[in-house]
Design a protein around this ligand. Structure first.
Ligand code: NAD
Length: 479
């Protein structure tokens, strides 16, 4: 479908049959111009980006709320309209994941990130009068984004942060700067076309770790929202500013004897191979009770997993974790293979796998380095456990206290409940693939910034607000 028709369909769906020709014209032009140049909002240095974003935020909070709602609708429509080309560009530029799954992630972020409706007021009224609580913006947010979900993270952050009345300066991952900054330009054009301010979203043209540091130190930035590995989380938490930090994980998936084994096998393969496992929430190791382990592996093979055996396990392990550390220490995965297709990884180890293979499965012992490592690639270790209790205990250990994400397949309510409590994670999925926890085939909204170290969990517009209370004594209760 041509881009203009696609935008029309999406905008009509979102806005109904109102007169949308002006918005459509501008959005369409935006797509063409933004792809041809860097895009509005992209600045040579941090200081100019922060100054422009501060001006953008002053304008934004002066606008009526229904304008902000239109801006959010236009941002959603712009991402959906350009989803395929953005996804292709992301795979080309980063070398990670695959186009089909990236489109699913990006559509999820565009459609299911909460908007302005998430930042409504609340009130208390009693014989002492009326107290109103409103959610105010912080101002300019400094956001650092990852290479693994560049489009989905920027889309979801931008929608939530703008809906809450903030502006944003993005310091995107250097290895995804082309597609990320093009997206910032597209979103800015969409905001402008919907009557919003210029530079509500800004970015640094040549982002580096140094420019991320400069953003963290800039006096014009009110809070930080960072999404990435341990390095950026540590830097943000040590910055002296309030920081909302989404860090690494190593999600275990327990399967016990009461699970629907066929469904568990399908769900695990779907989740662990999603975008070649680069998403932080993807299943990273399976801990299966001995009595169902064979059946589970069979179900996984039927769903597209290729089971490695004997010397194949050793060859792939040597390749994907070149310098293993002893458990419980985490090892470093081979960067060259992060986010690559299962067949590419197998071939690099001299193994040919059937067409359509989504995941490489290997049964290993519990001290195997892959069990303790966030591999971010479609190579999944499975450990045979004596009991569900033992599996849950190991799940807690291999998650390293990140409190990020975990999964269980079981119909034993005691086990479901016990693991949820012991893991104490931001996301816990029962009887589904990991992404059900992000609202893809599971109830609820989405986000691609899951703030475990700082505790906000699955972030949303209201996460990016300051609560402000206003009390009127003795009056305005009307009952
Ligand atoms: P990364 O940590 O290499 O980079 C993330 C961002 O932080 C980049 O923009 C990078 O330039 C910046 N950065 C890195 N070190 C920094 C430092 N010391 N100071 C300032 N900035 C710094 O991570 P990645 O490879 O892009 O993404 C994968 C990692 O991110 C995985 O560990 C994954 O679990 C995690 N992640 C978590 C979430 C979540 O919601 N919790 C989402 C996506 C990715």
């Amino acid at each position: 479908m041509p881009a203009t028709d696609e935008i029309r369909r999406i905008v009509e769906e979102v806005l109904g049959s109102a007169d949308i020709s002006g918005l459509l014209g501008s959005l369409s032009a935006a797509g063409q111009t933004a792809s041809a140049r860097t895009g509005r909002g992209v600045f040579a240095d941090v200081e100019s980006a922060v100054r422009a974003a501060a001006e953008g935020q002053r304008e934004l909070i002066g606008l009526p709320l229904d304008r902000r709602t239109r801006m959010i609708e236009a941002m959603r429509a712009a991402v959906l309209a350009h989803n395929e080309s953005l996804s292709r560009e992301a795979v080309r530029e980063t070398g990670l994941g695959n186009v089909v799954d990236k489109q699913i992630k990006n559509a999820l972020a565009a459609e299911k990130t909460p908007g302005v409706e998430d930042v409504g007021p609340s009130a208390f009224s009693d014989e002492h009068g009326l107290t109103l609580t409103e959610r105010a913006p912080y101002g300019v947010i400094g956001a650092v984004t990852p290479v693994t979900n560049p489009i989905a993270t920027i889309t979801s952050n931008a929608i939530g942060m703008i809906a809450a009345g903030n502006s944003v300066v993005f310091n995107v991952h250097p290895n995804a700067k082309g597609v990320s900054n093009r997206l910032v330009g597209l979103l800015n054009e969409a905001i402008g076309a919907a009557g919003g301010p210029q530079n509500a979203l800004c970015a640094v043209a040549e982002p580096t770790i140094e420019s991320a540091g400069a953003l963290m130190r800039n006096a014009g930035v009110s809070i930080l929202v960072v999404t990435g590995g341990p390095g950026v989380v540590k830097a943000a938490m040590g910055s002296g500013k309030k920081a909302i930090c989404a860090g690494p994980g190593n999600p275990p998936c327990v399967v016990d004897a009461t699970a629907d084994i066929g469904k568990a096998g399908r769900d695990i393969v779907a989740g662990a191979s999603f975008d070649n496992n680069v998403v932080c929430i993807c299943e990273k190791e399976v801990l299966a009770v001995d009595s169902i382990a064979e059946g589970l592996k069979q179900a996984m093979r039927a769903a597209g997993a290729f089971e490695l055996t004997g010397p194949q396990i050793e060859a792939v392990t040597r390749l994907v974790i070149p310098t293993p550390r002893t458990a419980p220490a985490e090892s470093a995965p081979n960067k060259e293979l992060v986010g690559k297709d299962a067949a590419v990884i197998a071939r690099a180890a001299g193994i040919e796998v059937p067409a359509g293979t989504k995941l490489l499965l290997m049964e290993v012992g519990k001290d195997h380095p892959l069990v303790w490592t966030e591999q971010l690639m479609p190579v999944l270790p499975l450990v045979r456990m004596k009991s569900a209790e033992e599996a849950i205990e190991l799940a807690v250990a291999v998650e390293h206290g990140f409190r990020h994400t975990a999964m269980i397949h079981s119909h034993d309510i005691e086990k479901l409940s016990r693991m949820a409590k012991l893991m104490n994670c931001s996301l816990f999925v029962k009887n589904g693939p990991c992404y059900a926890g992000l609202g893809q085939g599971g109830a609820g909204y989405t986000s691609f910034t899951i703030a475990s170290p700082t505790g906000e969990g699955v972030t949303r517009a209201r996460t990016f607000t300051r609560e402000r209370r206003c009390t009127l004594v003795d009056y305005f209760r009307i009952i």
